[in-house]
Design a protein around this ligand. Structure first.
Ligand code: PLP
Length: 448
């Protein structure tokens, strides 16, 4: 069956995520038939370089043989068993290994990133009740934060396009300024901006610390804010404030964990440990939905009691799915056996150089880079820039989804130098087309 036939059937039957479906009257859905490495292939045989790792989930390319093999082997033994009252090898081994990597003793599982956010928020809130301090019930998040779109997660997400419609459903939280390094004034460094933001956080905590259960942050890179990057000193100082005001620190590493920012976990660059760590996306290398919240043993112990209601009575049917855990174990094996962080470090330095021709263009502002993420802002009056650029890149055989006027690259770690050169050339070419105003753009609604 051709692309056209699949896209018509999809349009008629599937409600696609994060999409005004009417837009697809003009912007065709792309049906993908297969994928291999960094390439996706449609039903007409056209290839697309997956420049955003399929919404940031893919680490080692599509169809990685080791992950595939691990899932296959697990499939022959046990596909799934409920985790309440039962356990299995992959979930035990994964929990042990994640505890060793993070220094956080117990692992609680969900299926998607947003469910991890919900779990961390609920656990923190419940912890304070269990220790006799129920007044500590509010959450602090950063301006432009994104932590998912279920009702609890949306309350700590600061993207009005996603949240304002549901305002009446959301528990009002506290917001602190983002440490986004792009706010640096003349002569100011990223660290100066971070310290300026932390002073606002300190004021907030001094005023409301007694009511605050937790602060939730995306360590080092606020992804959905348009890859807003910030100095690690922010996290170092935030940890200090959280200790001083007895507030939990929730590190949402759903997007930035598993080596994306250069270290295995982003918070490690600040020399701190959070109280809760949310993981998802890259955890299975992009193969299967899985999320996980790790927490300190002392927090776990506050739930350990004869009273059932003091326990964490949260569950999802697929909690700790054996196939997903097997995929995650294969991901950890790859990190261990193939020196991934060091290879990424060398590749990232090389790729940043290869990007210079793009980065030095006069329309580009704030070219930035952290680990295996690159981003820049485009100076243009086109309100439909994101959609126009997405379309222009798709035409050239590349999947990039700008956020507003920010273009970012977040490719699988296995991208080859020649593929990066191709990506840079295609991106520049698409930029020429879009800035000349010849792309079939469409309406001005941002492409999330
Ligand atoms: C930092 C962060 N937290 C949470 C989420 C939500 O994850 P999911 O889309 O799997 O629910 C995302 C998704 O992009 C994210 O980037």
């Amino acid at each position: 069956m051709s692309n056209q036939a699949w896209l018509e059937r999809s349009f008629a039957a599937v409600w696609h995520p994060c999409t005004q479906m009417k837009r697809h009257e003009r912007l065709p859905i792309v049906p993908i038939a297969s994928a291999d490495g960094v390439w996706l292939t449609d039903f007409d045989g056209k290839r697309y370089l997956d420049g955003v790792s399929s919404w940031w989930v893919n680490l080692f390319g599509h169809g990685h043989p080791r992950i595939k093999q691990a899932v296959r082997e697990q499939l022959d033994r046990l596909e799934h068993v409920m985790l309440a009252g039962f356990t299995h090898r992959p979930v035990v081994e994964l929990s042990e290994r994640l505890a060793k990597l993070s220094g956080l003793g117990h692992a609680f599982y969900g299926s998607d990133g947003a469910s991890a956010t919900e779990i961390a928020l609920k656990m923190s809130f419940h912890y304070w009740k269990n220790v006799g301090r129920p007044q500590k019930s509010r959450f602090v998040s950063l301006e432009n934060s994104y932590h998912g779109e279920t009702v609890g997660a949306l309350a700590v997400t600061d993207v009005p396009l996603f949240s304002s419609t549901y305002a009446e459903l959301l528990k009002p939280g506290l917001r602190a300024p983002s440490p986004d390094a792009r706010q640096a004034g003349p002569g100011e460094s990223a660290a100066d901006v971070a310290l300026r933001s932390i002073r606002s956080m300190e004021n907030l905590m001094a005023k409301h610390g007694g009511e605050i259960a937790a602060v939730i942050v995306e360590p080092l890179v606020q992804g959905a804010a348009g890859m807003a990057m910030y100095d690690p000193v922010y996290l170092t100082e935030l940890r200090r404030l959280c200790d001083r005001y007895e507030v939990h620190l929730i590190a949402d590493e759903i997007a930035v964990g598993f080596g994306r920012t250069g270290s295995f976990f982003a918070y490690q660059q600040a020399g701190v440990t959070p109280d809760f760590l949310c993981l998802s996306k890259g955890i299975t290398g992009g193969f299967l939905p899985l999320s996980c919240v790790l927490t300190r043993d002392e927090i776990y112990q506050a739930f350990y009691h004869d009273d059932v209601a003091r326990g964490f009575l949260h569950s999802h049917s697929y909690t700790g799915n054996a196939l997903a855990c097997a995929a995650a174990l294969a991901v950890l094996d790859i990190f261990e056996d193939e020196n991934v962080l060091e290879a990424n470090r060398l590749n990232a330095a090389d790729y940043t150089e290869r990007m210079r021709p793009l980065a030095s263009r006069s329309e580009i502002r704030h070219f930035r880079h952290q680990g295996m993420i690159w981003a820049f802002d485009v100076e243009t009056k086109r309100s439909d820039f994101a959609l126009a650029y997405f379309s222009a890149m798709l035409k050239r055989g590349c999947l990039l989804r700008p956020i507003g006027k920010t273009v970012y690259f977040m490719p699988p770690y296995t991208l080859k130098p020649e593929e990066m050169d191709w990506l840079v050339a295609a991106s520049g070419d698409a930029l020429d087309e879009v800035l000349a105003g010849t792309s079939a753009g469409g309406d001005a609604t941002p492409l999330p």
